[in-house]
Design a protein around this ligand. Structure first.
Ligand SMILES: C[S@@+](CC[C@H](N)C(=O)[O-])C[C@H]1O[C@@H](n2cnc3c(N)ncnc32)[C@H](O)[C@@H]1O
Length: 301
C-alpha cells in the first residue's frame, strides 16, 4: 500500500491528545479487527527494524504532494500512527482516526513520545467522520479504500473525505493492486499452498480478498478489496475529485528487496476538488497496498 505525506521543516506544533470520543456505530468486519488486534501492524513498515520500500516511497510521495506545514491533516485509517508521527514532527497539525482500539492506543503512545510534536487520535470510521465540513487541508486514506469491500462503502468514505476537505485541498488515498497476491505467491512460492491459491484466484476474478485465517496467517492479509488502477481512479473521480493522478508506490520493485526493503504494498494517489483536467491516473503498484488520491488546488466542483 502506498500513501504519501509530505514533510518539511516543522514549526513544532503540539496538540493535546484525547478529547475525542469513539464514534457510535463504528463497525468493521471481524476478520479485519482480529487481524489488527494481533499487533501485526505496528512494525509492518519496518521489517527487521529497517524502513520498508513502501514507507520510504510513501514518505517521498507525501513530501511531494502534501501542502506545506502547518497544514491541517486528517489521517483516516492511520493505524498505529507511523505516518502521523513523522508528519507531526514536520510541523503538520495531524489528527488520526482508526476503528481499531489497539491502533488508536498505539497512535497515542507514538504521539506522546515526542510531546513537542504531538498529534491527536480517536476511534472512528472513514464512512462517518466527526470533523467539520471544509476543515482539512489534506486527507490521507491509507487503508479505508481497500478495507471497505463494497463500492457503496467506498463511495461513502470518499464523500466524507470530500465533505471535510476545504475547496482546493488534497486527498491522498492508497489502494492495493489487484495483482498483489499473485506476485506474492510467485515470489514466496505460495501458489501451491492450498490455503493461499484460492485467495489469489478470487483476487484475480473480482478483487475480493478473503483470508480464512487472518490471525494464524497474517502474511495473507485480511478482508480487503484490491483495485485495478483504472478502477481506483474511476471511483475517486466519481466522488467529484479532479486532477486525479495515480502513482506506483512499490510496483514489483518491492520484491527486489534491497536489504531491509521488505514490504508488500503499493500505493497511489489522489484527486483534486477542482474541475481542472489533471494527469490521468496511472496505477498501480503491486503488493498489498493502496493508493491515494490527490486533491489539487482549484475551485470546488
Ligand atoms: C494496513 S493498515 C494501514 C495503516 C497506515 N495508514 C499505513 O498506511 O501504514 C489499514 C488501516 O485501515 C484501518 N481501517 C479499516 N477499515 C477502516 C474504516 N472503515 N475506516 C477507517 N479506517 C479503517 C485499519 O484499522 C488499519 O489501521
Amino acid at each position: 500500500m502506498g500513501v504519501w505525506v509530505p514533510s518539511s521543516s516543522g514549526t513544532g506544533i503540539s496538540v493535546a491528545i484525547a478529547g475525542y470520543s469513539r464514534q457510535p456505530g463504528t463497525v468493521i468486519d471481524p476478520a479485519i479487527e482480529s487481524h489488527y488486534r494481533t499487533g501485526y501492524e505496528r512494525s509492518r513498515l519496518f521489517p527487521g527494524g529497517n524502513p520498508s520500500l513502501e514507507f520510504v516511497r510513501s514518505m517521498e510521495l507525501l513530501d511531494r504532494l502534501l501542502p506545506g506545514p502547518p497544514a491541517r491533516l486528517l489521517d483516516v485509517g492511520g493505524g498505529p500512527g507511523t505516518y502521523a508521527a513523522r508528519l507531526a514532527r514536520r510541523g503538520y497539525r495531524v489528527h488520526l482516526v482508526d476503528p481499531v482500539p489497539l491502533h488508536v492506543e498505539q497512535a497515542r503512545q507514538a504521539a506522546g513520545r515526542d510531546p513537542a510534536f504531538g498529534f491527536t487520535a480517536a476511534e472512528g470510521d472513514a464512512r462517518k467522520l466527526s470533523e467539520r465540513a471544509e476543515s482539512q487541508d489534506a486527507v490521507l486514506l491509507f487503508g479505508p479504500l481497500y478495507h471497505l469491500t463494497g463500492a457503496a462503502q467506498r463511495r461513502q468514505a470518499l464523500a466524507e473525505a470530500w465533505r471535510v476537505l476545504r475547496p482546493g485541498a488534497r486527498l491522498l488515498a492508497m489502494a492495493v493492486c489487484r495483482f498483489a497476491s499473485l506476485l506474492d505467491g510467485l515470489y514466496e512460492g505460495w501458489l501451491d499452498d492450498p490455503d493461499f491459491r484460492p485467495i489469489v484466484d478470487q483476487d484475480l476474478l473480482d478483487g475480493q480478498h478473503r483470508n480464512p485465517d487472518p490471525v494464524g496467517r497474517p502474511e495473507f492479509f485480511t478482508t480487503a478489496y484490491f483495485h485495478t488502477p483504472d478502477g481506483l481512479a474511476g471511483e475517486v473521480e466519481q466522488a467529484g475529485f479532479t486532477g486525479v493522478a495515480v502513482y506506483g508506490v512499490e510496483g514489483p520493485g518491492w520484491r527486489a528487496r534491497p536489504a531491509g526493503w521488505h514490504g508488500t504494498s503499493g500505493a497511489w494517489p489522489a484527486a483534486g476538488k477542482d474541475r481542472r483536467t489533471g494527469p490521468r491516473p496511472r496505477p498501480l503498484s503491486p503488493a498489498r497496498t493502496s493508493s491515494p488520491p490527490r486533491r489539487e488546488n482549484a475551485d470546488r466542483v
